[in-house]
Design a protein around this ligand. Sequence first.
Ligand code: ZN
Length: 387
Amino acid sequence: MNNPGVVASDAKVRRNGKGGKNRSNVFPLDVGILHPDHPVMVWSKHPSCKGFVQKFRGTSFRYIQKSHAFLTCRKLLSLHVMADMHCKVCGNVEQQRFQQVYAFPTFEVWSCTVCNFHFVPPAFTELVSYDHYKTKAEQETVRQGNDWLKIQRHKSRLRKINRLQHGGKLFDLGVGWGHFLAAARDMGYNVSGVELSEYQWEYATRDLGLPVEHMNFFDLPASPGSTDVITMWDVLEHIEDAGAVLDRIHDMLCKNGLLVLQVPQIDSYISKKTRDKWSMLSHTHVNYFSPSTITRLLQDHGFEVLKIRSSIELKLLLMYVIYPRKRKKQGTADSISSDDRQHYFNKVTNRPKWILRIAVFLHDVIYDLLSLLNIGEEMVVYARKKA
Ligand SMILES: [Zn+2]
């Protein structure tokens, strides 16, 4: 690989008498980096360096190269971004056929101008550990919430799946807390699943009694051609090697097996309206599909797309849009944790069952209406395994 380095060790910078000050304010790494505003090597607090530095966590010292010391970190960053650039949908690797779409302090979104696939280049992605994706505190808050309501919310999804595949073996990749899988079990599917996050797996198995494995999907011992339906809710946007996951799913599915997945949609109504303020833009979301790019990827991995429908998670709207607005008015919007969001959801839904039944009915009507009008921020894709 091209050596992009100007990452200096702690010892080197100190000997040169540069930096060393305010060490507690720099990134949690023992590295220095050129700052765009300074001609000499200093400890950088510049946010644009952060994604770059994160990439080199653990390997930074191998890339010390003094000869590059005249470059600014932004230039280095762009060199490094371009060196790793490739399109996982159409295979494009020509550097001039990529363009930057959004730049944030810690990551950027780029697009391939050949197929219009949007993505976060590998240079910005840090290894996210999904083992501790959720905390013990969140688990406790979820436990205080209303499981019945959360399960009902998923039944409208299952009624749509049921029209294409009635009953049979259903496998959920990335079970989360398990409410979707519990709804599938209620509706007569023979269910199983996999979840990496320890506390979510614990909840799905112990609280909801679901047969869920706690391991990497690729390590799962599953016999080929054994599954009728595989579902994947908000998972594929997190996975760098999306094609490998689709190949494994293809292998697990029976003849004409059904794959149903939901992903954020880059050309959705809400994405277009909110642009760089879109709440789905995150460094943990590395893939941003449109109907055309997800169709192409699925076709290339042995699937026929049956239909694609606009989707919006009204629960997330409550937790990620309405709740933050409320906190903003109180002047405490900076410190919202996932646990706070769960607490808010519990508070709002702590109502008598007859009210919740009406709420579920209205939820389903509003969801379907918005989907019909193409007002959403995600899409649900229904695809069949090609023979
Ligand atoms: Zn492409």
